[in-house]
Design a protein around this ligand. Structure first.
Ligand code: VG1
Ligand code: CO
Length: 541
């Protein structure tokens, strides 16, 4: 074991989901070590305890895992559990932490961002409940990174990550575990695999795009081997360090092939995809894309059809920019709906306190109290379980849902890699005029209220301010503006647009048409074109 002198980096502030930077930034001498030591320095009581380590298999994953193992040993952890080949999907890592009562875990991922020598990497710390560290922990980590002077590391040979079994690093045990087994077992507990299997045996076809990312081995095992989907149903299932040169982002832009298949005459009954680290999901039925916000509402309305949720839901939580479709379901079920800031870490307390069962974000994240992360394959399996019980198409279920609850037309417009100063300026100007907006009208619509979202955590009483600007119109339409906390170059402005339409006769309209006046209003209110120099968003989801 040795102690190494180091000097702090000033750019190690964890964002929405951990520290994310370009690989060459992480490759600077001591950069990884400083951050990991800062994590350990911010924690108390882990002596002799278990740490879980795993990542999404992207470029630089194995190197960082070796460093993390040696540092965990030098810092006094008693045991490390690491996924075979360094692979653990984010929800699988959350499960391993919980199941083994680990002290916490290090998850190495930059999620849906591209991978490779010049692309993105990330490190996130999760606490013993299996969820992303809450803000007070990430703030302590950041404070530590700014003053760190030394780190400690074991001088031992690398661990063979490909060989399942137990080895010693210093006086610490390292167990290389099967990446898939525990997770697959958990899914079998939650869902009616027999019913899904019978549906598939009866001719139901599905397509799952693993996008050459972490869910490949999980989806192969669960969908093909355990549930009997035809070989080839799981596509791009070999995790690659650069995701085959693509963005492992399950949206209509990056999973276009799947989308085109699902819109074709030869479409299977169900299409889905997941992201780099396996926590997001894309759901497409034959001829219909289900927005993540709608998917959350539809899953919540039908969850009781799956064994794990047969007793009903305790509550539903959604991030603030997520459409309010789920709130209507909560209302009908007579349970509480919670609105949290963006990022899964804000759901942790609600789940731990037993206040909610299902949570979701508009960014293709849905999950439940089975782990403390969003879970891509979980959402796929819940959909399949519901389809197996209802024996209707995705389209029929979606349309019936809108008829019953009304439809929340919804879109997110992302302006990526915008000049940081311009983006900050836009938000600052908006904030400055918030008080004057109420009562004025834009595009013939009257603004009922405008504010900067502040969240009071009902469990621990903490407050998180400045979480996004909300413009609320009379009649319930909404525009939300916020800056991304996961980007690695420039700033990303996200504009979330929502309109509620109760009248079923008006549901069969393309989303851009349904939102046209709000899209114009969004630019008029914030001056997006003028301030960013962009005439249109980089991505619409
Ligand atoms: C984005 C999404 C947010 C999500 C986060 C992490 O954050 O909007 O909903 O929780 O990514 O997702 P931001 O700050 O860029 O808007 V993932 O799949 O990294 O874990
Ligand atoms: Co992700």
């Amino acid at each position: 074991m040795k102690t190494v002198s180091t000097t702090p980096f000033q750019d190690q502030k964890p964002g929405t989901s951990g520290l994310r930077k370009k690989v060459p930034v992480f490759q600077q001498q001591n950069y990884v070590e400083n951050f990991i030591q800062s994590v350990f320095d911010s924690l108390e009581g882990f002596e002799g305890q278990t740490l879980v380590i795993g990542g999404d298999g992207r470029f630089f994953n194995r190197e960082v895992i070796q460093i993390a193992i040696k540092m965990a040993s030098a810092n006094g952890f008693g045991r490390v559990l690491v996924g075979q080949g360094g692979i653990l999907s984010t929800p699988a890592a959350s499960n391993v932490i919980r199941k083994n009562k680990a002290f916490g875990g290090l998850i190495l991922s930059a999620s849906h961002n591209p991978g490779g020598p010049n692309e993105d990497f990330g490190i996130k710390y999760n606490t013993g409940n299996g969820g992303p560290a809450p803000e007070k922990v990430t703030e302590a980590i950041y404070a530590r990174t700014k003053v760190i002077e030394t780190y400690t590391i074991c001088e031992t040979p690398d661990v063979d990550l490909d060989k399942i079994g137990r080895v010693e690093v210093g006086s610490m045990d390292v167990e290389v575990i099967d990446s898939v087994a525990d997770y697959a077992a958990l899914m079998e507990e939650l869902f009616d695999f027999a019913a899904i299997k019978a549906m598939i045996a009866g001719g139901f076809r599905l397509a799952f795009d693993a996008m050459h990312a972490v869910t490949g081995p999980y989806a192969k095992e669960i969908l093909e081997r355990r549930l009997g989907a035809a070989e080839g149903s799981v596509k791009n299932f070999v995790p690659l360090e650069d995701f085959g040169g693509h963005h492992p982002d399950p949206n209509l832009v990056h999973a276009k092939e799947l989308y085109d298949l699902m819109m074709s005459d030869d479409a299977p009954d169900f299409g889905a995809a997941s992201d780099g680290d396996g926590d997001r999901n894309l759901i497409i039925g034959k001829g219909i894309f289900v927005t993540p916000s709608d998917s959350l509402a539809m899953l919540a309305a039908n969850a009781h059809l799956a064994p794990a949720y047969a007793g009903g839901l305790k509550g539903i939580a959604r991030s603030m920019p997520t459409s309010r479709a789920a709130d209507r379901v909560a209302e009908k079920l007579g349970i509480k709906a919670y609105e949290t800031p963006t990022g899964w870490k804000f759901f942790g307390n609600l789940l731990d306190a037993g206040l909610v069962t299902i949570c979701g974000e508009e960014s293709a994240g849905t999950g439940s109290d089975h782990v403390r992360e969003k879970d891509g394959l979980w959402a796929v399996l819940l959909w399949l379980n519901i389809l197996a019980v209802r024996r209707e198409s995705v389209k029929a279920i979606a349309e019936a849902h809108w008829t019953e609850y009304g439809r929340n037309f919804y879109a997110r417009h992302d302006y990526e890699d915008v000049d940081t100063q311009a983006a900050n300026g836009l938000v600052a100007e908006l904030r400055e005029k918030l008080d004057r907006l109420a009562g004025t009208s834009v595009q013939g619509m009257t603004i009922a209220a405008a504010d900067d979202f502040s969240y009071l955590d009902p469990v621990d009483g903490s407050t998180s301010a400045n979480q996004g600007i909300r413009i609320l119109f009379e009649g319930g339409s909404r525009i939300v503006y916020r800056l991304s906390g996961t980007g690695t170059s420039g700033a990303t402005l996200r504009v979330y647009i929502e309109r509620f339409e109760p009248d079923a006769a008006k549901h069969d309209v393309p989303t851009p048409d349904a939102l046209a006046d709000l899209i114009t209003a969004a630019d008029e209110i914030a001056g997006i074109r003028a301030m960013t120099g962009r005439n249109e968003p980089s991505v619409i989801t």
